[in-house]
Design a binder for this molecule. Structure first.
Ligand SMILES: Cc1cc2nc3c(=O)[nH]c(=O)nc-3n(C[C@H](O)[C@H](O)[C@H](O)COP(=O)(O)OP(=O)(O)OC[C@H]3O[C@@H](n4cnc5c(N)ncnc54)[C@H](O)[C@@H]3O)c2cc1C
Length: 417
């Protein structure tokens, strides 16, 4: 009898698992059960529609579990299937990738849609059956294999791969309800919280600057301790800040608010290319060379709205005040604030806006070499449902492809290359 493998979830990790299983063992029967009307909906939204498909530099240092350690599981999986080997995997179904700054990989076409199209063509050519609009509602252990209950019909399988993702951005994909099933099967989960998400700030500044982008350094502080600092484009939003450097810090805020909620603040360096003393000298020159009132004083250094808000925070008085009247002491205060603008953090904008879920099925329940559950032979898991998340920059998709390939290969009885 042909071996049957059921994959729950047609996202990046599930599709990679299906391709790997069929490639390792072409005679096995593989089918994907997908809740939504089509597979890979989330892939279309990745990288702002360009799909930052991976990162060449993916190593365990870029990954975390729910308490912030670099998970051993990731090390083993990436040893088996590295980001470099994923490039060959993509090429095996005609997808060419190129590299941009900081090792970020993108499809040559620059379109997420082409990634999904090529995955679907490969799945069709391998005769992987895909059942969409099919939500898995229960998994029953059988004497041999599993019975998978869905909203439509029931399926029997010899092996099962759970690739159902997390609960971040639920409008694109969500695995709500799966935890009840895994709990019952004796597979414990950790605490979960949103990561790679915007931050909310307890300040009126973001609203006043809504839509404004700047190159800045963002530091996250807790109890006078710098937790992490990132440089890049920061966007002010209605409630706080967003952008790649903010996303990189956000898991530390998510974890804090899922736990003790110790007060945290971000400190923005608005002029990272200058030392404070240089800024003071530039401000002195501006005082001499710019005529008129404070409205235009910082135009040479910062976007207009931001400059005016900075003057307000520094309590420089009305904008109608004359520039020549600013004292050296006041210039020093502006220079200092432009390097250290402290704003209290009040949380993240939550699951709705998060790119990934931190936390998930406990990693130590799974064998790192195969991703098979130690207590449930034949049951595998991959992707975001495990207690693994990565930095912004293609690391999460690298994890999805690599872990999916490993689970698929091992479920099909193959050995990884
Ligand atoms: C807006 C956005 C942009 C992103 N951009 C990037 C990027 O550029 N680079 C990067 O590396 N990462 C990015 N990510 C993160 C990345 O997309 C995810 O980490 C990755 O897709 C996770 O893959 P997965 O297969 O584990 O889960 P998913 O892609 O979420 O797939 C899980 C699938 O399982 C299905 N499912 C869930 N429950 C059930 C059920 N009960 N029955 C049947 N099916 C079920 C879901 O509908 C879904 O299709 C982004 C995420 C978002 C939200």
């Amino acid at each position: 009898m042909k071996q049957t493998i059921c994959i729950i979830g047609g996202g990046a990790s599930g599709m990679a698992a299906a391709i790997a299983a069929k490639s390792a063992n072409p005679v096995c029967q593989v089918f994907i059960l997908e809740k939504q009307a089509r597979v890979g909906k989330k892939i279309l939204a990745t990288g702002n529609g360009r799909c930052n498909i991976g990162n060449k530099g993916a190593s365990v240092d870029h990954y975390y579990d729910h308490v912030g350690r670099n998970p051993q599981l990731v090390q083993t999986v990436l040893q088996a299937y590295s980001a470099a080997s994923n490039v060959d995997f993509f090429a095996s179904f005609g997808l060419m990738v190129r590299e941009e700054e900081q090792g970020k990989q993108y499809p040559f076409s620059n379109q997420a849609a082409s990634v999904l199209d090529l995955l679907r063509l490969k799945l069709a050519s391998l005769q992987v059956m895909i059942q969409t609009d099919t939500t898995v509602v229960d998994i029953i252990l059988q004497e041999k294999g599993f019975l998978v209950r869905t909203n439509r019909e029931n399926y029997r399988c010899d092996k099962l791969i759970l690739a159902c993702g997390g609960v971040a951005s639920p409008q694109l994909s969500n695995s709500l309800g799966i935890r009840k099933i895994t709990d019952r099967l004796g597979l414990p989960s950790t605490k979960t919280f949103p990561a790679l998400v915007q931050l909310k700030l307890d300040s009126s500044l973001p609203k006043a600057l809504k839509g404004q982008k700047i190159e800045a350094v963002v530091g996250l502080w807790q109890n006078d301790q710098l937790l992490r600092q990132e440089k890049g484009e920061v966007l002010f939003t209605e409630y706080g800040i967003s952008g790649p450097p903010v996303f990189q810090l956000s898991h530390l805020v998510g974890r804090n608010f899922a736990g003790n909620s110790i007060p945290q603040q971000v400190i923005l360096d608005l002029l990272p290319m200058y030392q404070e003393q240089d800024i003071f000298l530039l401000l002195q020159k501006a005082r001499q060379s710019i005529a008129g009132n404070l409205e235009n004083f910082l135009l040479g250094l910062l976007p207009k709205r931001l400059g005016q808000q900075l003057l307000k925070i520094c309590e420089m008085g009305y904008l109608s005040r004359l520039i020549v009247d600013l004292s050296d002491q006041e210039l020093q205060r502006i220079a200092e604030k432009s390097k250290r603008l402290a704003l209290p953090v009040s949380g993240t904008t939550g699951w709705q806006n998060a790119q990934v879920m931190a936390g998930g099925l406990k990693n130590d329940s799974f064998c790192p070499q195969t991703l098979e559950a130690k207590r449930l032979p034949g049951f595998f898991a991959c992707g975001e449902i495990l207690d693994v998340y990565g930095d912004c920059g293609g690391y999460n998709l690298t994890w999805a492809w690599s872990s999916g390939r490993l689970a698929g290969t091992c479920a099909a009885g193959g050995k990884y290359a």
